[in-house]
Write a protein of this length. Sequence first.
Length: 68
Amino acid sequence: MKTSKYLDELKGKSQEALAQDLVAAKKELFNLRFQNATNQLDNTARIKEVRKNIARIQTVITQKKKEA
């Protein structure tokens, strides 16, 4: 499944790499929302997907902090 592959990939990354991914995902979400507001966004489902990816990244960051 695609989600489990993505989670395994996230779990293998360092804290710094996860923080960079989180920033990139938040920027992408901002851009998608901006495009949606100006009616330029074709695939609105991408917003939901990016939001879930942000939550996944934050969950992995929290898990790594608890382990340390």
